[in-house]
Design a binder for this molecule. Sequence first.
Ligand SMILES: *Cc1c(COP(=O)(O)O)cnc(C)c1O
Length: 406
Amino acid sequence: MINENFLLLPSSYLFSEVARRRREFERANPHADIIRMDIGDVTLPVFPVVCDAMHAAVDDMACKEGFHGYAPEQGYEFLRDAIAAYDYQQRGIAIDSDEIFVSDGAKSDLGNLGDIFSSHAVVALADPGYPVYSDSNVMDGRGGDCLPHGRFSHFIYLDSCSDNGFTVPLPDSRPDIIILCSPCNPTGTAMTRSEAATWVNYANANECVIIFDSAYESYVRSKDVVRSIYEIEGAHRCAIEVRSFSKSAGFTGIRCGYTVVPKELMCRDRIGNRYQLHQLWMRRQSTRFNGVGYIVQRAAASLYTPEGQRSIREATDLYLRNATVIRESLGQAGFITYGGTDSPYVWATLHGEKQDSWRLFDSILDKYRISTTPGCGFGRNGEGYVRFTGFNTEELTLRAMERINY
Ligand SMILES: *Cc1c(COP(=O)(O)O)cnc(C)c1O
């Protein structure tokens, strides 16, 4: 018998439909020269410092003294120590290296974390949001029944919309798990310190666990925006943080990320006994995961050097400049925009009468020869919006925006 939860999943036609419409437009307009602002992947090549580290690690593996077989399930100490020092302790945040679990990326961890929670746990998630949050919890049986607009009866939807500036409101009833993403994909909005404190206080008061996806923390430039949930007092008692080298250092093809599970973080069983989630996650990882490759962990560790940090800064600065150009140009052309300051994403709609996301997508493609991602693919509240990304080159981003402001 199959896991019938899979039958409940909405079909994921979004990106294939974007590609289909793009190709069709190209066929009808062979000289259209479409510029892609729908890219959900970084485009700069891997940094030299990372390539050097990987080459050296390959040479290690080729000799008896340097060979590395199975890696520790939690990750090599050299990498966990560097993460703890650079990403937390240097920023005044107390996280110990044995609270860090190295992984092959944030998407895996976001899905796998479901293993340590009850299938009856109630999950709260933002709409619009990264589709993995909903889909992976539906696979684990936490969705309940299908509702219209790809929604599920057991989830608590946190409605992000123009009324609240695409921030994420507190739930009306108590969830067990709250999934938050800041800076947010797709809306580009980022949580201020006081907004994050509101969530941490809510979670501690109501014994909820926050899963904080900060895949885009390296894009944060505003002083009042959090990079880590652990900047907030009390977060160690309620939050798991999921991070990735994908968007910061172009590791989408190398595959590495990490998850922080503080030892203080406790969660109850059915009869009220409290357990360390750290212990459960450790058990889960050492049973179902066999560690990240030595070469990849050396690659990640090279980011925690002055040159590695400089490279991350330069790459994210470039994508942020693109996002700024997009946001400003769209604003001048009569769009309402969100994001694009501490994020590579700009979330946009037109002033005036709302049209659906696909019509907006088609009209932008038709008028400007720019392809975007329809917001309806990220939830009901995404309807009427499209997502632009700053991941294209500076040159093509400028050319695309000249078309809009022509
Ligand atoms: C890209 C992305 C991830 C996944 O990152 P990987 O480490 O490449 O798996 C996670 N969360 C969000 C919101 C993302 O946009």
